[in-house]
Design a protein around this ligand. Structure first.
Ligand SMILES: [Zn+2]
Length: 113
C-alpha cells in the first residue's frame, strides 16, 4: 500500500514536497480517522513524519487554512485522493491567500482603490 501511494504521488511528501523513500514515507489519512475519515485509499496520502505530526488530527480545511503552502503542494502532488478532498484544499488555499493579500499593504491599497 505504501509503495503504491509512493509511486502514484511522485515520491514526495504531499504537504512539503520533500522527496521520500519507502523508509521515510508515512501514510496520512487526509480526513483523520479520529474525526470520521475513512480507511480508504482515496483518503490516504504519503507524507514525511514531521508533516504528519504537524497535521495530527486536523481536518484538511483546518490544516490548509493554517498552512496554505501545504495545500498548494497537496493540490500538486496528492494525485490519488478523492476529488472532494482536492476541492476542500483548493477552497482553503484560495481563502488563505485572499486573506493574506487583504492584510498586506499592497492588498489594502488595491481594495481601497
Ligand atoms: Zn512533509
Amino acid at each position: 500500500m505504501r509503495k503504491v501511494a509512493l509511486r502514484d504521488c511522485g515520491q514526495r511528501c504531499v504537504y512539503c514536497a520533500t522527496p521520500l523513500d519507502a523508509w521515510s514515507a508515512t501514510l496520512d489519512h487526509v480526513h483523520p480517522v479520529a474525526r470520521g475519515g475513512a480507511h480508504d485509499p482515496l483518503n490516504l496520502v504519503v507524507a514525511c513524519a514531521p508533516c504528519n505530526r504537524m497535521k495530527g488530527d486536523l481536518l484538511p480545511q483546518e490544516f490548509f487554512a493554517r498552512h496554505p503552502w501545504a495545500g498548494r503542494h497537496f493540490l500538486r502532488y496528492a494525485c490519488t485522493v478523492h476529488r472532494a478532498l482536492k476541492r476542500i484544499a483548493r477552497r482553503a488555499v484560495s481563502l488563505a491567500f485572499a486573506e493574506e493579500d487583504a492584510a498586506s499593504p499592497t492588498g489594502r491599497r488595491r481594495l481601497a482603490a
